[in-house]
Design a protein around this ligand. Structure first.
Ligand code: NDP
Length: 454
């Protein structure tokens, strides 16, 4: 069978058995279609049914999570852990607490995580978990009780050489603290079963900054490859959470100017450059909406989502040279990318997971003068530094910020070079979507073949 027919058959099967999982299908379609040149060259992957196996999680656990809110009412949520692939290492991937979390979203994130973790060059398998719980507006007590209840089940699955969750949307340092406290209580173990821990109890310096910094390091590699520089570039960022904040900070380090950030309430345009310390105070410390930023920073403009036209993500209407989508999936559509392009933007670097819709991605790939850093390569700095946290925990050492940051920078360079060289090997030089998918897949698929049918 030709590679194309094999891929189409597997995609058809996914559509049939997972008809209510369009986001997972979108992720699978992107990966599988990009594998055609590899599968054409190497029939062993079809012979060993690797595609059929790799699109199915090794184990999916779904559990009830109940906590008592401050009014004394029992609140019930779905909890999940999707352990997708452990061929090259223990399961590794974050936890998302957001009302939109369901099995579809977590399968998409877990699937992407397999290839992202493989690209880092570290030995980590792919997983993802979370709950349809919204931490927004909840008291610390409510968050703690929710995390403890969630961990009552999750603790049966995880461990430092087994499955190591981390944060994602809605799960930051506070939540990891409560989760880890309960893990310790239940297991009597102080090990590296979670990453993103506090610095005084096993966390790694630079983990907080890692995804945002890594995304900018990746963009820097892309632009340098074509003889350009980030210096002086006006950059648009979406999101105002962990990834967005440290993307803005690193852009300043490299001489660029971040001019927007956004959250679920709207976006900020600050033509003089986003004030990162003010942003941190509003989003990390006070946990408020972005309208607060415009109240403090003279000359900045806040536009509320209620004023957005046609459901568009209007942060992308601000003219810029480079865009860093860093909020959530499918937040940059065809109309957005057309607007960005018309306004002079020539680089998209994905901090969020799958932020660009397939139509917008096709538009970018149709332009010869557009640089595109796909999420599984560009935002791998977070999980890579989680891998470094695991190394420090295992050897009971802690490295300096500079040491971790240098390792992170080297890993991002390695990922860029791997994706670039692979794109060249398969005759489409500079197509980092193709390069990242093939390179990430090949390592995992070969390990699956080596380890037999399990
Ligand atoms: P945070 O929870 O810290 O921040 C998310 C930000 O995006 C918030 O500003 C949030 O708004 C906004 N946002 C989330 N969902 C929506 C939505 N549906 N509509 C509008 N705005 C939204 O998450 P992170 O920064 O950690 O994660 C952002 C993205 O990066 C995600 O796709 C995540 O999977 C990805 N990622 C994160 C990594 C990490 O290390 N943290 C690693 C690799 C990828 P509000 O503040 O109003 O809630």
């Amino acid at each position: 069978m030709s590679a194309k027919s094999y891929i189409n058959d597997v995609l058809k099967h996914i559509k049939k058995v997972s008809s209510r999982q369009p986001i997972f299908y979108q992720a699978a379609e992107e990966v599988l279609t990009n594998l055609a040149p590899l599968l054409d060259r190497e029939p062993k992957y079809e012979k060993h049914s690797v595609l059929e196996r790799i699109v199915m999680p090794e184990k999916t656990t779904m559990f009830r999570t109940v906590y008592i809110n401050d009014a004394g009412k029992a609140c019930v949520h779905f909890g999940y852990r999707v352990e997708f692939n452990s061929s090259i290492g223990p399961y590794k991937g974050g936890l998302r607490f957001h009302p939109t979390v369901n099995l579809d979203v977590l399968k998409f994130l877990g699937f992407e995580q397999i290839f992202k973790n493989s690209l880092t060059g570290l030995n980590m398998g792919g997983a993802k978990g979370g709950a349809n719980f919204d931490p927004k507006g909840k008291s610390d007590g409510e968050i703690m009780r929710f995390c403890q209840s969630f961990m009552n089940e999750l603790s049966k699955l995880i461990g430092d050489v087994k499955d190591i969750p981390a944060g994602d949307i809605g799960v930051g340092g506070r939540e990891i603290g409560y989760l880890y406290g309960q893990y310790k209580k239940l297991t009597s173990r102080f090990d590296g079963a979670l990453t993103g821990k506090g610095l005084s109890w096993g966390g790694s310096l630079a983990r907080t900054e890692a995804t945002g910094y890594g995304s900018v390091y990746f963009a820097d590699e892309m632009i340098k490859k074509v003889g350009g520089s980030l210096e002086g570039k006006r950059c648009s960022i979406s999101g105002a959470g962990n990834v967005a904040i440290y993307t803005a900070q690193k852009l300043y380090h490299l001489g660029a100017l971040p001019v927007t950030v956004s959250d679920s309430t709207g976006f900020i345009y600050d033509k003089d450059g986003i004030d990162v310390e003010l942003l941190k105070d509003i989003k990390e410390v006070k946990r408020l909406g972005l309208s607060e930023y415009a109240k403090v920073k003279k000359g900045s403009i806040f536009k509320s989502v209620n004023e957005y036209a046609n459901g568009r993500n209007e942060v992308w209407s601000i003219p810029c040279d480079a865009a860093f989508p860093s909020a959530t999936q499918n937040e940059l559509n065809l109309a957005d990318i057309e607007t960005l392009y018309a306004n002079g933007c020539r680089l998209v670097c994905e901090g969020a997971n799958m932020p660009t819709t397939p139509e917008a991605m096709a538009f970018i790939q149709g332009k010869k003068d557009f640089l595109y850093g796909p999420a599984k390569a560009a935002n791998a700095g977070g999980v890579a530094t989680s891998g470094l946290e695991m190394s420090q925990n295992a050897s009971m050492t802690s490295w300096s910020f500079e040491e971790v940051d240098t390792k992170l920078h080297n890993i991002m360079r390695h990922i860029f070079n791997t994706a670039y060289e692979t794109s060249k090997e398969f005759g489409d030089e500079g197509n980092l979507v193709l390069g990242a998918n093939i390179a990430g897949f090949r390592k995992v698929a070969d390990a699956m073949i080596d380890q037999g049918y399990v």
